[in-house]
Design a protein around this ligand. Structure first.
Ligand code: ZN
Length: 562
């Protein structure tokens, strides 16, 4: 085990408080004992005791007891049967997006929120309009057309009923579509004469050609500036997101499509000691290009607190938004075309060129792909890049890999590619994937974690927060049980054992981020990033979602207590 030297700078930046406190921390030893300690090491050892010195793990198991006997100047934490695990590592989400509802209107339907119809959306927007200055934007997020009584997207006509004096934009839960009112369409300059973008669509009234308010994929990019909030709002969002992550036991957060502005802002907060958890930022395409061309530089002083990860590319949309790119038609097509298969967000040739360029520069590349046709293109791109510029240990990632077929998992194994599954699909959308989008057969084998495991393919699982809440234990539960929110079983054959699901949010997620030397398991020399749960997730697999997070520890320091 190589132990990286820890820089004093980073430590001070993240231990706000006096110097005295810093010294106390440096000499701090804590012995945890009396609980199942799930190490997630190579053999999934469960031990009784663990010793922390400063911000690292000094001894595990019997060794900890021995070291403890030699030195009595330490604090003892008696776990009393509660479970100690590695802190959860976010394989893919959009930190600090989970804090967005500190400033945006929450339009989620049950089981996340309480929106049940287009009418309730209009009502909520009307309330918000009453307390918003004229001409200021009203922005909402999280509505889901398939969970609204009307079973459709809100249109400009609906949103105009909420207000004509405020521009209104609301995002679909997938993040791949948005609905705008007339004032917003005018503000962003979209009218009947505006052509669709490549990889996007402006939905229109079939008779007049006037936009109906709903924008898809690349046509939503005009709204990007709305997601770049001012400084005060940014801080509110980051504070709320950090609170939610730590309460859920997450010690490393991830942003799966970071802008230069976000990267700069989070680095500044980290330097000020205002980020209580570790963050990995995946630059989006524009940001990666800016980094490669030297127009933007990102040089964090301590990469174990904040660092740049894989270069992110978007390959298609989302299946529940009918924009995932499939090789066979959707079960119930969205319009009149029974052969509708969705579409790619980036042309195949362009994807291959882009992946090759990033790969040649030595970058790890992560591509978002839900539909299997898109995954074909992604794997072709990874293979072409590797053929042109062979490189060991690339760890390129297919984000979501939702409809990955068996032959594609075989190819991933061959290419050393990591699939990262959004396993909560079975819970939040399972019934609708079966009845509407995919049909029973394909729904049963979406997010195929068991098939990946059987191929000894290293995979991760993720929440994609704020798409759904950051709840790693519900995520683990979903991968283990594959039950929909109505209780239906969605593909029993793809269930995985609890320990495997836990590895996918700890050591394997660390591996995906090239951080397995420092994080992901409780082993000597690794960072003391840990979580205490009220009981072991190995004991009662069917009720993992009910387990409570009692304490979250980052670098040996308790940052959350229930
Ligand atoms: Zn995402």
């Amino acid at each position: 085990m190589t132990k990286r030297p820890f820089t004093g700078n980073g430590l001070m930046a993240h231990a706000p408080g006096s110097l005295a406190r810093l010294f106390r921390r440096d000499s701090k030893r804590v012995l945890y004992r009396g609980g199942p300690i799930l190490t997630m090491d190579a053999t999934n050892r469960v031990v009784e005791s663990l010793l922390v010195e400063g911000d690292r793990i000094a001894a595990v198991g019997d060794g900890a007891e021995l070291r403890d006997r030699a030195d009595r100047k330490r604090r003892v934490v008696d776990l009393q049967g509660k479970a100690l695990l590695p802190g959860f590592i976010d394989a893919h989400a959009h930190f600090p997006g989970a804090g967005i509802f500190a400033v945006l209107l929450d339009l989620n339907s049950p089981p996340i929120g309480d929106i049940d119809s287009v009418e309730t959306i209009v009502e909520r927007l009307r309330e918000r309009a009453a307390s918003t200055s004229k001409n200021d934007w009203i922005v909402g997020m999280g509505y889901d057309d398939t969970l609204l009584a009307e079973r459709r997207h809100p249109t400009r006509a609906d949103l105009d009923r909420a207000s004509t004096g405020h521009p209104i934009a609301i995002w679909h839960i997938s993040g791949h579509l948005a609905a705008l009112n007339s004032a917003a369409l005018e503000r962003v300059g979209i009218d009947a004469k505006t052509p669709d973008s490549e990889g996007g669509r402006i939905r229109r009234d079939p008779r007049t050609g006037e936009p109906d308010g709903v924008l898809e994929e690349n046509d939503t990019h005009v709204l990007q500036p709305l997601l770049a909030p001012g400084l005060r709002d940014s801080w509110k969002i980051v504070r709320e997101a950090s609170r939610r992550y730590l309460a859920a036991g997450v010690t490393t957060a991830q942003n799966g499509y970071a802008t230069a502005q976000q990267m700069r802002g989070l680095l500044r907060l980290s330097r000020l000691g205002l980020l209580p958890l570790r963050v990995i930022l995946w630059p989006g395409q524009e940001t990666t290009d800016a980094l490669l061309e030297g127009r933007f530089s990102f040089a964090p002083p301590d990469p174990l607190w904040i660092r740049q990860g894989a270069a992110k590319i978007i390959g298609d949309g989302s299946i529940q938004g009918y924009t995932g790119y499939l090789s066979a038609p959707y079960h119930v097509p969205p319009g009149d075309d029974p052969d509708y298969c969705g579409y790619p967000t980036i042309a195949r040739g362009e994807l291959i060129e882009l992946v090759s360029r990033y790969h040649a520069k030595g970058l790890q590349v992560a591509v978002h792909g839900n539909g299997d046709a898109c995954i074909d293109d992604i794997l072709d791109a990874f293979e072409a890049a590797q053929r042109a510029h062979p490189r060991p240990d690339t760890r390129h990632v297919v984000i979501h890999a939702q409809m990955a077929r068996d032959d594609q998992l075989d190819r991933m194994a061959e290419l050393g590619v990591i699939p990262s599954f959004f396993s909560l699909h079975t819970y939040y959308w399972g019934d609708r994937h079966r009845e509407i989008f995919m049909g029973p057969e394909r729904a049963a084998r979406m997010s195929p974690a068991r098939s990946a495991m059987d191929r000894r393919l290293r995979f991760t699982i993720h929440t994609d927060a704020p798409v759904v809440p950051m709840e790693p234990l519900r995520l683990v539960w979903a991968a283990v049980n594959r039950r929909s929110s109505s209780g239906a079983s969605i593909g029993e054959a793809e269930r995985i054992p609890p320990v495997q699901a836990l590895r996918a949010v700890s050591i394997d997620a660390a591996y995906q981020h090239f951080e397995e030397r420092d994080k992901g398991s409780l082993e000597v020399g690794k960072l003391a990033d840990m979580v205490i749960l009220d009981r072991s997730p190995l004991d009662d697999p069917e009720h993992i979602d009910g387990i409570r997070v009692l304490e979250t520890i980052v670098g040996g320091r308790t940052v959350y207590r229930a």
